[in-house]
Every structure is written in structure tokens, then in C-alpha cells.
Design a binder for this molecule. Sequence first.
Ligand SMILES: O=C(O)C1=C[C@@H](OP(=O)(O)O)[C@@H](O)[C@H](O)C1
Ligand SMILES: C=C(OP(=O)(O)O)C(=O)O
Length: 438
Amino acid sequence: MTSAPAPSTATPADLWEAPVGEAALAATVEVPGSKSLTNRLLVLAALADGPGVLRGALRSRDSDLMAAALRSLGVEVTQGETPSTLHVVPGTLRGDVDVDCGLAGTVMRFLPPVAALADGPVRFDGDAGARVRPMGPVLDALRGLGVGVDDGGRGLLPFTVTGHQGVRGGTVDVDASGSSQFVSGMLLAAARFDQGLTLRHTGPTLPSLPHIAMTVETLREVGVEVDDSRPGIWQVSPGPIAARDVHVEPDLSNAAPFLGAALVVGGSVSIPGWPTVTTQPGAMLPELLTAMGGTATLADGVMTVTGTGEIHGIDVDLHAAGELAPNVAALAALADSPSRLRGIAHLRGHETDRLAALATEITRLGGRCEQTSDGLVITPRPLHGATFRTYHDHRMATTAAMIGLRVPGVQVEDVDTTAKTLPGFTGMWDRMLAGGPA
Ligand SMILES: O=C(O)C1=C[C@@H](OP(=O)(O)O)[C@@H](O)[C@H](O)C1
Ligand SMILES: C=C(OP(=O)(O)O)C(=O)O
């Protein structure tokens, strides 16, 4: 069992008092583009055979870091008619550059295989919190393909990947039990490897399968041949990556706090642009929120969740959708019966050790939240206001906001950490409570 993460420092200026939801909600919230899709589509556009366009792309810290890193590698990424329209012109990938990963798993796991195609050393580093996120399996996989990697033997940031304008490709074994991003990162660049890639997952569990399905789908959409017919094995054929003009779906995981708010406060929250078919794990939200006491309807591409203010506990395996767990934990802390969230041991390697962080912060508010070997057991108790620490984790901040809808005096530390994937969160939250379009 890991201990609680070291508390980050908070001064009163860092604190945002989460507003209490006084009246039943009746709001429509426009959620910006998916982080996971935006960063995959940026990588694929950078490796494509001609100029491409992303429309409805997410503009946030994680996606801006991805764009900046690609620019330093020699790719042109420019803003079009609107901030969410990005034009990408691939170029010869150059080395002797630095990549700032911030705290973005997608940048630190998706770009080393791209850097391996450059013509010299690419130095990767990131936030202090990024330097403890697992990286070893991607770096070992690249070494196994003959790529030069210098990580001082630590399997963590900072490290240098030295490209020689090509990667042999072939077969690699990867233990992706720590993160599905180890698989996605290798697959995204694999069509550009001389022999393509056969990747075999070797570990005991594999989290976030929908995110791997998203990788496979986005690859197929750009004409890359992927065989995923055998469980735990992916084969990417070598070949060109087609340039495209694509629309990015809204980020359904970022819809979670808003839809969940309908259960906490009562009333309805609607999210337009909800895809009928998607690989995003947020597709599980209607079922999850229904099991916890809400109702969910999809009509004309608008997802509406309605709640009564009553929330039921849930026993759920979230290994496919770990990024929803913090927001589900908020609902569980306010429920009328205990909850068990299972299958999410890998959350210990997310933006922070999320299991420890959630247990510590829900306990700080007077709740009962205990870690298990692979998740959390949450037993609702009356909560009180206190400072809620966020550990540079956007989803800890939105979790605190959800609890604060019902518990007066929840002071959220560094709420601007939400800019990792959702800049302007507090304004959207206020507009949701005011009942207008957010
Ligand atoms: O590929 C992606 O875009 C993601 C995969 C998941 O990572 P893990 O498998 O590490 O949980 C998810 O939690 C993360 O938010 C985004
Ligand atoms: C785990 C997450 O992010 P990352 O892409 O940095 O892994 C997340 O957004 O919940």
C-alpha cells in the first residue's frame, strides 16, 4: 500500500470555494474536444503523408504541450479560423531538441516512438509529478527495436531518445499493466517503422482497453492496417499514414463532473455533441450514472442526465475507464450506501497516486474512503468543509467541485490545475449552476 502523496503547498490565494448547488439544475454544457482523440490525431497528422486539419480540437495544457513538442520536432502546427481548428504540416523530424511533457501521459508515452524517427537526440522531461510516472515499458520496447535510449537505468523521465531517421520495427513484448498508453504510443508510430510492429502485452492485467481500441480505430481511419484479432497482440503493417480533415468528438470524461452534478443537486444537465458510437471510456457514464440513481437519455446527439439529489452506492470494476474513477468517487462519498471501485490499481501512476489522494482528501472532509489493493471502498458519512488538496490533478479538482455542490466550505486548492484538459472549468461550473448554456 502506498502512503498519501506529499501535500502540495497551498496559500489562501490558491483556494477556490466550490459553490453549493442551491436549486435544481437545468443546464446545457458544451464540453470541448477529447484530450485522448486530439493528441492521437495530432501525432497521426504529424506522421502523415501530407497536410491535415483537426476541427473541434481540445486547447488545453496537455494538447498545447503535444503541439509544441511536435513543432520542436519540425512539424508545423498552426491555429486556423478558430482556436480549436489546428492545421498540421508534417516535416522531416529533427533531433537535438527538447520536449516538455508537463504532466501529460499522452505526451510522455506517445512521443518517444515518434522521436525515434528523428535525426538525432530528443531530450524529454516534465513536471516533478511526471518524473514518477511509469515509462519503462515504452523505453524498453524502443531499445528492443534498436533505438538508443538513455534514461540512466531508471525507466522514468528525464530521458533521451536518439533517432537515426528510421526504426527497424519487428516484434516487442510490453508489460502494459501499468498503463494502456505504453501500447498506444508504440502503435501510433508503428506504421512508419520499416517492418511495422507486432506488440504483445505480457502483464497480468491491461487497463483502459477502450483507449487502445481508440488507437486502433484512429489508425484504421488513416489507412493503417492493424490486426487486433488476437487478445493482447496488435500487429501494425508498415505503410503510409493518410492526411485527413477530421472532427474531434467532445471529451466525454470531462462531461463526467457536469453530468454527475445532476445527481448531486437534482435536475438535469445536457451535453450536446454526444457521439452515438465512440471508443471514449466516457461512453460508460450513462450506465454508471443510471446505476447510481440518475436517468440518462440520448436524443438528437444530446445526452441528458437527470437526478433527484439521491445517489446510490455502486460496486463497479473501472479498469476500462479509470479516468472516470475520481468523479465516481465524489458521487460515492455523497451516496446513501457504500461503494466499491475495483480494477484501478494503475491509478497509482496517474497525475498523482489517485487512490491515496482520494482516500486522504475524502477523509479530510470527514468521509470514509479506504484503499484496497486495486481500488477504493467508500462508506458515506456526513461531510464538512475543509481544504481539498488536488496534487496537480485536474480530476481531483473536479471531484472536489462535485462534493462542494452539497457540502458547504469545500476549498479547492489550485483549481486552475483543471487547465490540463479543461481550461475555464470554474466559469463553466458557475454557468451550469446559473442554469444557462455553459
Ligand atoms: O490513451 C489515452 O488517451 C489515455 C489512456 C488512459 O491511461 P491509462 O491506461 O494509463 O489509465 C487514461 O487514463 C488517460 O487519461 C488517457
Ligand atoms: C490519467 C489521465 O491523464 P494522462 O493522459 O496524463 O495519463 C487523466 O486525464 O485522467
